[in-house]
Structure formats: C-alpha cells, structure tokens
Ligand binder design. Structure first.
Ligand SMILES: Cc1cc2nc3c(=O)[nH]c(=O)nc-3n(C[C@H](O)[C@H](O)[C@H](O)COP(=O)(O)OP(=O)(O)OC[C@H]3O[C@@H](n4cnc5c(N)ncnc54)[C@H](O)[C@@H]3O)c2cc1C
Length: 598
C-alpha cells in the first residue's frame, strides 16, 4: 500500500469529468458548494474530449438547443476556437473548472474504493498515476458521472444492465425477452483532405477487408464522416471486456481505413489519416436505479413530470448490440418528441442516501437511454445534479427529501431556470423588482419568463443599437444587479464551409468537426449576440450615472452585479451598443430575450 495518501474534505464530490461531471461540479461550485471532481483522464470532456472526439448532440428541432453551462462552454469554444482545434476545446473545459475557487480538481486520478456506512457514502479513494498518490475524498454528497458507474458495485447502489423485456414497461421498441446486451464502444478516426497524394501502410495487426468481408461502408463523400459505427462490445461486458475490445477496435479501425485508402473504391488519394483514438468511447454499461425509471413511453409522452430538471430531444437511437459485425442496420432511429422532460427522481439513488448520478448512467431503461445519452442532455443532467447537491447541502436534506418537499423541488427548478436551463413547460419567475417597474409595452416580452422562442412566440424584443430600454420605478429602490439573456442563435449552424461535391453551406449544429476541408479558414461567431452594452441608473434626484459598461461579451446569459448595491434608484436603463453582427440585419439591431433587475 502506498504511504502517500492525501485526504480532502468537501461537501460534494463528483466522480468522472465528462460533460455531465464537469457540469455537476461547476454548477455546485458556483452556488458556493465546496466541491471535488475526480477524473481518471488528463483532461475533462469524456467522450467529447480530444481523446475520443465525439461531437456534442442534443435535442432536435428549432430553438430546442440546450442552454445553461453547455451553451456557455460552446459559446466560449466558438469565440476562442474558430479553427475548432481539439486541444483548445479541451482547454475551454479545463479553464472553466480551474476558474472556480470552490473546485478541487483531481485529474489522472481513478476512483477505486468507497467507504459506505448504513447506505451513506462517507468517502471515496482514487489513485493518481502522475503523483503516485492516493486521494481520499470525504464528502456529504457524491455524484457518479463516470459513465461506467464505478460507485455501483463499490457502494452497493442498485443498478440495471442490458435491455428490458418489452412487457416490463410496455416498451414496443424493446426485445420480447430481457437480455444483457448493450450498445457497444468505438475507437473513432479522423481523416483530412490534404490536397496531395499520400501513402498509408496499415499496421501489421490491422484487419484486411475486402468488399465481401466489410459490412459497414462509410459514405462515398468522406467529408464529415466520423466513423461512429466502428462499434463493438454490445454482446459482452462493456466494462470488463474493454481492453480486449480496444485491441479489436484498433484492428478494425486501421483495417477500415486501409480499405478506404488503398482498395480503389474511394477517391481517397488526397485523404490522410489524421488521428485514431486508442481509448474506446463508451455508449452504455450500467444504469443506476433511482426512485423512478424513465422509459420509452415517458419519452414518447413528452416527459411531463412535475419534477422535471432537464430535457432530451434526440431520437431513440438504439444501436445494434453486434455493432460493426451485424448485417442488420447499425442503428434504428425510433422517433422521439423534442423536447421531452426528464424527472429529478432519475438522478439519485434508490438505496444509497447521498448518491446522485448524471450522464449515461441515470435511471432509465435501455430504450430511454438510447435517447438521453447524447452529451448535451448529459450536460443538463449534470448541471441539475450539481444544483441539487447545493439544495441538499443548504437544507441538510437527502436527494429524496428534495423531491418530497415541494418547496425544495421548486427552488431547485428556479435555480436551474435562473442559470439559463430550459425546463419545457415551466416559466421562469421574474424578479419582483422587474415586475414592479414600468416598461414600454413593446418591451413586455423581456419579463414574460421565457428566455427563448417557443413555438410561434419569439419571447424576445428587437431594439436598435443605441436605443434605451427603461425600467422605471414609482418609488426609489435599491438595485443589486441585472440579469440579461441575449440571443446566441440557438438554430445556428456551426459548420460553415463549402463541400466540393455539394456546393453551398453545410449546416451542422455540433461544437466540433469530424474533419476539415482543405480550404478551411475557421468558423465565425454567431452574428446575433449583443457584445457591448451599458447599464445606467437614474437617482431619485434625477442624476444619471453609469453602473456598468460591458464590452466584448460573447455569452448568452450575463449577470451583472453592482458591488454593495445602489440605493435611491428610480430608473434602470439598458442600452445595447454593439452586436457581433457583420451584416446589416444583425449589426444594427439587438435581439434580447430577457432583462431582470435585482
Ligand atoms: C462512438 C460514440 C459516438 C457517440 N456519438 C455521440 C454523438 O454524436 N453526440 C453525442 O452527444 N453523444 C454521442 N455519444 C454518446 C455520448 O458520448 C455518451 O453517452 C456521453 O459521453 C456520456 O456522458 P458521461 O458524462 O456520462 O460519460 P463520459 O463522457 O464517458 O465521461 C465519463 C468520464 O468519467 C471518467 N471515469 C470513468 N471511470 C472513472 C473512475 N473510476 N474514476 C474517475 N473517472 C472515471 C471517464 O474517463 C470519462 O472521462 C456517442 C458515444 C460514443 C461512444
């Protein structure tokens, strides 16, 4: 046993730093919770990181893009990473966590042990390879965001594995009898169109494929191909078999590239192998049992839960367990409405009293998981778990007690809405000061409690640059800050380049690209954002003063706090001064969804 053990005492400990884990940790830390995040890799992001390179997907449909932390990360990435470099994307996530003074970051540290007493986790311990140190983290609440649910067997938390029988929850996309089959794991590859001829000699162990032996072919047009279907492991044990599968996946991926590059069936002379991931990305292992197990019918029914804390909207994208080896379709996209709600009871353990979970291991059936597993949804679940941990710490309550106490549950939803998470069907409560103000009729949408377009309703206002939005009070008030929600173009296409085979813009909604065209020169930031604005206040005596002047903003949610507050105010005036727009329609007009005065 190593002598070098360091003990940490925090209020909330997150295990696993994929998008769900990093969102859980940051959400809790920003609410003032002392938090530790233990991540076994050198960077955050999990399947979205440069080690695995899956792009972030989420809810389908106009204006259904996930906001909150995931939108903050994506906007940061769009702003500082126009070339969509994976290391820069890693650094976006790392910097976000490192900026939080309430987070202790434990990277390269794999959780291996847990101490549990009477159904309560006391501490977990991980081994940090870079320092040969064991880290023990004692906490009041834990959140397993490890994907593989490392705390399940370590704590005795109940879980499920495999596919439910159709009859158990009445799921018509489930198999007739239950089995232990899951979706598989993948080693992805990235290729690059270099414009010059290049040679590829496959490693000796790579499989040799022919037209007859290869069952899965990529599209002829290699642009945007991400090879997600190089997938194995759904018929065995997606945890214990991983190293054997990694070896198989490498042989398969190199073999497939050899076929594409060298068989003559593809116009691939100028294409080069840029990168091949040696770490398999996983889709499914164990799913914890929470107080509720969400199923296909909940998804289909729109997830109309009173305890909604997140939403999904990807189709039920149920991969064949045989993955690359099946001759059947590699996946079936069963329709799902978008958005649909996800219940709070799906993110805490049924039998371990202080355990939350978020990500692909939440309490859902296999069928529901086939939709909830996409990473923007996982990020929302993480943010919800982090906010719930804050509610638990603040009220000295168990996760279940938060569900049972309707006030606590409503507070949790209020926190999420205030932090720009969209909860379909729930209106954000506008601050009392905002409602008390006089406001021109044409600005009423700014305080209607909706921070995005919903259906036919835009829920925002358009104002000219330089035009004043005045909140006027009948009697002098003290104000402490202003919360604003700008337009980040929720329907934006982040991949804008010319496809030689299909001229015109390609519109994809992902944070990163599978590959870049030859002439790629970066992607521009959306034009809809208010970048510069000022906030003036008018005192009771009629004197007008500037309270804040923001320049170069690129975030959708902006909370401007006035230090110590400002008293005796009769007006708060917000003036947009510039947008990120370059074209006329965007340059001269600001689109704002909400303004709250506090
Ligand atoms: C090939 C592939 C293609 C996919 N396609 C898409 C797609 O196009 N878009 C999309 O949005 N989603 C896609 N998915 C699904 C999505 O990537 C996952 O469902 C999602 O990443 C799950 O998020 P998570 O945070 O739960 O887990 P992960 O992203 O897996 O993150 C968990 C993290 O915890 C760490 N960890 C594990 N065990 C421990 C431990 N013991 N101690 C400390 N840390 C630990 C892991 O290393 C990892 O970094 C795909 C998945 C795969 C594999």
């Amino acid at each position: 046993m190593l002598k070098n053990t360091v003990t940490h005492e925090v209020e909330f400990c997150v295990v696993g730093g994929g998008l769900s884990g990093i969102c859980a940790a940051i959400a809790a830390a920003r609410l003032g919770v002392k938090t530790a995040v233990m991540q076994d890799r050198p960077m955050f992001g999990g399947n979205a990181s440069s080690e695995i390179r899956m792009w972030v997907c989420g809810a389908h449909g106009e204006n259904n893009r996930e906001t909150g932390l995931i939108e903050e990360f994506e906007l940061e990435n769009m702003y500082i990473n126009p070339m969509r470099n994976y290391s820069v994307w890693d650094s976006v996530l790392y910097e976000k966590a490192a900026a939080e003074e309430n987070i202790e970051i434990l990277l390269n540290c794999a959780c291996q042990e847990a101490k549990t007493e009477n159904g309560v986790i006391k501490s977990i311990t991980g081994y940090q390879t870079t320092t040969q140190t064991r880290h023990t983290v004692a906490a009041d609440y834990f959140c397993d965001c490890s994907g593989d649910s490392i705390l399940a067997d370590l704590t005795g938390a109940e879980y499920r594995k495999g596919r439910e029988a159709a009859g158990e929850f009445g799921e018509d996309i489930a198999p007739e009898t239950a089995d232990a089959r899951t979706m598989g794991m993948s080693c992805l590859l990235q290729i690059r169109d270099t414009g010059r001829k290049s040679v590829f000699i496959p490693p000796k162990r790579a499989y040799k494929y022919t037209k007859e032996t290869l069952t899965r072919f990529p599209a002829q047009n290699l642009i945007n191909e991400n090879f997600w279907y190089i997938e194995l492991g759904g018929t065995g044990d997606s945890i214990k078999d991983t190293e054997i599968l990694r070896d198989e996946l490498l042989k398969t991926a190199f073999g497939l590239w050899d076929y594409i590059k060298n068989s003559g069936s593809y116009d691939a002379d100028a294409w080069e192998l840029e990168w091949l991931g040696f770490l398999p990305g996983k889709r499914e292992s164990l799913r914890y049992a929470g107080d509720y197990i969400m199923n296909q019918n909940d998804v289909r029914g729109g997830g109309k839960f009173d305890d909604i804390i997140a939403f999904g909207g990807w189709t039920m994208d149920d991969h064949h367990p045989e993955g690359f080896l099946t001759k059947e379709p590699a996946t079936i996209f069963h329709p799902a409405p978008s958005p649909y709600g996800i219940a709070y009871r799906c993110i805490y353990s049924k039998n371990i009293q202080n355990l939350f979970f978020a990500g692909r291991n939440i309490s859902v059936t296999h069928a529901a998981l086939s939709s909830t597993r996409v990473m923007a949804t996982c990020a929302l679940l993480g943010q919800a778990a982090g906010a719930a941990a804050y509610a638990a710490v603040k009220n000295n309550a168990s996760p279940r007690e938060i569900y049972e106490n309707k006030n606590l549950l409503k507070n949790l939803q209020d926190i999420l809405l205030d932090n720009d998470c969209f909860l379909p069907g729930i209106k954000r409560e506008v601050s009392a000061l905002t409602n008390a103000a006089r406001l021109e009729d044409r600005f009423e949408n700014l305080r209607n409690g909706h921070d995005r377009p919903i259906g036919a309703g835009d829920n925002g206002v358009y104002v000219n640059i330089g035009e004043e939005i005045k909140f006027a009070f009948d009697a002098p008030r003290a104000v402490t800050g202003v919360r604003l929600v700008f337009d980040s173009d929720l329907n934006r296409a982040t991949v804008r380049y010319t496809n030689p085979d299909n001229p015109g813009k390609i519109g994809l909604t992902h944070n990163m690209m599978a590959n870049k065209p030859r002439d790629f020169d970066g992607i521009e930031f959306p034009e809809t954002m208010v970048s510069d604005f000022k906030i003036d206040v008018v005192y009771e005596n009629g004197v007008k003063k500037n309270a804040a002047a923001v320049k170069g903003n690129y975030q959708r949610l902006v909370k401007t706090a006035f230090e110590k507050g400002i008293g005796n105010i009769t007006e708060v005036i917000i003036t947009p001064e510039k947008t990120t727009g370059k074209s006329d329609g965007y340059k001269n007009k600001a689109h704002i969804f909400s303004i709250d005065i506090y």
